[in-house]
Write a protein that binds this ligand. Structure first.
Ligand SMILES: *Cc1c(COP(=O)(O)O)cnc(C)c1O
Length: 432
């Protein structure tokens, strides 16, 4: 009981002290005190299965024991934690490890740019660099895209709610239909090509084409590999940089380290953040093709670039999970399990639901925000944390940790099914 009382007091403190802008504490009304792997504990003793994973920042689970060892050792040794972007052994080791285990294995060659710690700041850096290289101002972005909350990043994001909140005129981006936006029969890459090759289309020549291979916030919209390849080819043809925002879908989420490996793309710039540090510590970077690294020293600076603690955990994550193919294969298998189970749940509940995704990024499209919201809320009451996404927030997004065991995964999916059941029964009862 004492726990309940203190929980209520803390909830009241959040409501009275923290800005209205807070979001997740509304969707998940509890005080979370402990977390390990895929399980979070609330202060009043509830056990919650986490299928949100810090919006994709916790691909290796909460407080991953093996990664934690590396950072506690580092802290205990009094090695440099913050040093702006001065050279440290931690940074050298990260770049060497990433280069040999990730890049060289995939025949890729890139320079590392450590940006400010948010994904949005890395997007800003990528856009600035593209504009600097090409001397052009426009950027092609896609319907339902999400690239972050700073002004340049919002300008390339589709969501009207976020765009309006920016409060200024957002410029510098032209939106084109993403793959499937006009139905599977319409080739939107063909449309993009026509617009960009046409001297009279009214769309300014872009510095870059910025794309997510799977739109996370946009509703788990999966672009086909042929579409991605066409978009890359169009970028090449018109002298624009091809940028992949792999912030949410990278670091193994789709069953490969980079989400574009299945499509065998070769982006000019790759934007990484979220699960890069492996531990939920803030770390963002660009991978830039060597011949495009035309920054002048200090042209994109910042206080927290390449925080050493985050570099240490990022190195540990690569060393632990990406030395061979086994981890990626596990992601495919678990993803398959999750997808099949969700498809079964969808078809058992009529033909209104759609399941889409790749690897362990799967969306369950409820078609209406009401059903998605009620299901997510009920799921949380029953012990499962899931987020919603999509233009209407009508898609329930499944992003369990890639390290989750099948028992916990199944337990979470069972809770989801019960929550959906209950929601549909209540909706039907309300209608009759
Ligand atoms: C989360 C996200 C961002 C923004 O990252 P922040 O760290 O929130 O600034 C950009 N692009 C994609 C695809 C994301 O998922």
């Amino acid at each position: 009981m004492a726990g309940m009382i203190s929980e209520r007091r803390k909830t009241e403190a959040i409501e009275s002290l923290e800005s209205n802008v807070r979001t997740y504490s509304r969707s998940f009304p509890a005080i979370f005190s402990l977390a390990r792997g895929s399980i979070m504990l609330t202060e009043d003793g509830r056990r919650i299965i986490d299928f949100l994973s810090g919006a994709g920042a916790l691909n290796y689970g909460h407080n991953n024991r093996r990664i934690k060892e590396a950072i506690t050792d580092y802290l205990a040794s009094d090695a440099v934690v913050h040093g702006l972007d001065i050279a440290t052994p931690a940074k050298v080791e990260f770049m060497e490890t990433f280069k040999s285990n990730i890049l060289r294995e995939r025949d890729l060659q890139y320079r590392f740019q450590f940006t400010g710690p948010t994904g949005a700041n890395a997007i800003e850096a990528a856009l600035k660099l593209s504009r600097k290289i090409t001397g052009r101002h426009n950027v092609i972005s896609f319907t339902n895209a999400f690239h972050g909350m700073s002004l340049g990043a919002i300008a390339t994001s589709g969501n009207r709610f976020y765009r309006t909140a920016a409060g200024v005129c957002l410029s510098g981006a032209s939106f084109m239909p993403y793959d499937g936006y006009l139905g599977q029969a319409v080739d939107t890459a063909g449309y993009l090509q026509k617009i960009l090759m046409d001297e009279s289309s009214g769309v300014d020549q872009p510095a870059a084409i910025l794309v997510e291979t799977i739109q996370g916030e946009g509703g788990i919209n999966v672009a086909r590999k042929e579409w991605l390849q066409s978009v890359q080819a169009i970028a090449q043809k018109i002298g624009a940089l091809f940028i992949v925002d792999d912030i949410q879908m990278g670091c193994g989420r789709t069953g490969e380290f980079f989400s574009f490996e299945a499509a065998a793309l070769s982006p000019d710039i790759i934007v990484m953040s979220k699960s890069l540090s492996g531990y939920g510590l803030p770390l963002s970077m660009l991978l830039i093709k060597e011949d495009l690294d035309c920054w002048k020293p200090g042209e994109h600076t910042g206080t927290f670039r390449g925080n050493n603690l985050a570099l240490v955990s990022a190195t540990a994550a690569v060393n632990i999970y990406w030395r061979n193919e086994a981890f990626a294969e596990g992601v495919h298998q678990m993803g398959e399990l999750m997808r099949r189970r969700l498809e079964t749940i969808a078809s058992a509940h009529g033909n209104n639901f759609a399941v889409r995704g790749r690897g362990m990024a799967v969306g369950f499209d409820c078609q209406t925000a009401e059903i998605a919201q009620a299901t997510a809320r009920t799921a949380f009451e029953k012990g499962l944390m899931v987020e919603r996404c999509g233009p209407l927030d009508q898609v329930i997004k499944f992003l369990p940790a890639l390290t989750i065991d099948s028992e916990t995964l199944n337990e979470g999916l069972e809770i989801f099914e019960k929550a959906l059941d209950q929601t549909l029964k209540q909706t039907r009862a309300a209608l009759s």
